[in-house]
Ligand binder design. Structure first.
Ligand SMILES: [Cu+2]
Length: 480
């Protein structure tokens, strides 16, 4: 290989910058790469449905933030509200101080104040940012608000087998409390495990309150801040390959999405390329999950890309896809039932490293145990925001297997901060190669994930369902 000036420059630009970048340092005269302003604003979901909520930069979703993998970035966050805020950089492997979780020691952005943060962005792919404060019983706070926006971190090499990218953010508005929820029970493959049902039954019998705790339901549903039929359709041409980056920015809901007459070729989950891209008729997303999928446009018409739940789609959870030259009412065709199986996207033959340690966690729901809200325990412990007692000590460089056993009927979108994990067992089958930062755990099922403790600093693990995380379903890991 001859080394010319160009390849030298190329080498120089890749090697030293990341390693040399200080973690938090920034200079006062430096210009921020991005500025986020947290404040109250209006979202016009439809002319007759304008909601007031807390937003980033007065828009929903928040602005698309584009970083380059390994790039040192400076972000200014202004908080124009009356309460302290936190911006969590979901899915990035960054220090605890800038991750945006109080439990990990990230400082709050003060009310009517500002914070400047700097970090080296990565890993590449589709990530997002959102508020990480506690909502508790306040449905104006935290992820019930409009504080969410997409992040795309450009990989060093982009295969680019698509014509264009479309970012979609799924989000409900106008939440209220109700007794009993409507959790999608037909989302995931796998069967309930009898021993877990038994633990759940026992917890129900031992509960003082025999009624279920509060759940959250929503009045209005949207994609990119517009109800179905409002705003511009996605305009496509026959033969085009559209790469969708889709985020479920719900506070509490599992979502589905289908586009009649088309299939989604799933190429990445939570921003990480999957070992086995596969065609599926329906996408399922836990709260905070992202899917990147290519759709080949080969069925001309005007279509509704929407949620399978008629009620949610009827109240706005969808977007119109319109082929060039086609007109008329957008068509919806209900797809055949399709259960989501993460292992479908895994390596064809399972190849797993042996973990240094396995941590088992049994999840139990205690009906209405906390002022009418369900309380959640992990191995008998509900996380305390007062004491912030850590659950476990990690040793740098070791590989850990987390085995979650769900003794409740709810689906839990489990999220690990500051690390990506590998799915190693789902719905009773071993798998490997699927790298994520959120995974859905089905009712009375088990899931196993492996991660390497390679990013020292306090690390939060929690259910991303806001009602669950606020009422006990969190654990803090410390590094030794
Ligand atoms: Cu949960």
């Amino acid at each position: 290989m001859t080394i010319n000036r160009r390849s030298l420059l190329k080498l120089a630009s890749v090697v030293p910058i990341v390693a040399a970048a200080p973690r938090l340092a920034w200079t006062a005269d430096e210009k921020a790469d991005y500025t986020l302003r947290i404040g109250t604003g209006l979202v016009e979901l439809a002319p007759e449905h304008i909601v007031s909520t807390t937003l980033y930069n007065d828009q929903f979703p928040g602005p698309l933030v584009r970083f380059k993998q390994g790039q040192r970035v400076v972000v200014d966050v202004h908080n124009d509200t009356d309460t302290p805020e936190l911006v969590h950089w979901h899915g990035q492997t960054i220090p605890s101080e800038v991750d945006g979780a109080a439990e990990e020691g990230s400082p709050y952005v003060p009310a009517h104040g500002m914070s400047r943060i700097a970090f080296v962005s990565g890993p590449s792919g589709f990530r997002f940012y959102h508020t990480h404060v506690v909502a508790g019983a306040d449905l104006h706070r935290s992820t019930y608000s409009g504080q969410a926006g997409p992040v795309y971190i450009e990989p060093k090499d982009n295969p680019g087998a698509y014509d264009r990218e479309v970012f979609l953010v799924l989000k409900e508005f106008n939440p209220s409390f109700s007794r009993g929820g409507d959790m999608a029970s037909d989302a995931l493959v796998g069967n309930p495990i009898a021993s877990l049902q038994q633990i759940g039954k026992l917890a129900d019998e031992n509960a003082k309150d025999k009624t279920k705790g509060y759940e959250v339901s929503y009045e209005l549903f949207s994609i990119n801040g517009r109800m179905l039929g409002q705003g511009d359709p996605i305009r496509v041409k026959e033969g085009e390959r559209v790469l969708f980056h889709i985020l479920n920015a719900s506070a509490t809901e599992i979502r589905s999405l289908a586009l009649p007459g088309h299939v989604f070729r799933v190429i990445a989950l939570d921003g990480n390329p999957v070992p086995t891209p596969a065609n599926v008729p329906v996408l399922w997303f836990g709260t905070a999950e992202r899917i990147s999928a290519i759709v080949e446009m080969k069925h001309p018409g005007v279509w509704v890309m929407g949620d399978l739940a008629d009620d949610d789609r009827g109240h706005g959870m969808g977007i119109v896809v319109e082929y060039a030259g086609k007109t008329g009412e957008p068509q919806w065709v209900k797809p055949e039932p399709f259960r989501w199986n993460y292992a479908q996207f895994g390596k064809p033959s399972v190849a797993l490293a042996t973990p240094d340690e396995t941590i088992q966690m049994t999840i139990v729901k205690h009906n209405a145990a906390e002022h009418g809200f369900n309380r959640w325990t992990l191995n008998g412990q509900a996380f305390s925001m007062e004491t912030m007692t850590p659950m476990f000590t990690l040793h740098h460089g070791k590989r850990y297997r987390l085995k979650f056993r769900n003794a409740s009927d709810d689906i839990h979108p489990l999220h690990l901060h500051r690390h990506s994990f590998e799915l190693t067992n789902t719905a009773g089958s071993p798998t490997s190669g699927v790298i994520k930062d959120v995974v859905m755990l089905g009712g009375y099922q088990e899931v196993e994930i492996d991660f390497v403790a390679d990013n020292p600093g306090d690390t939060l693990l929690h259910c991303h369902q806001q009602l669950h995380m606020d009422f006990g379903f969190m654990a803090l890991f410390k590094y030794a």
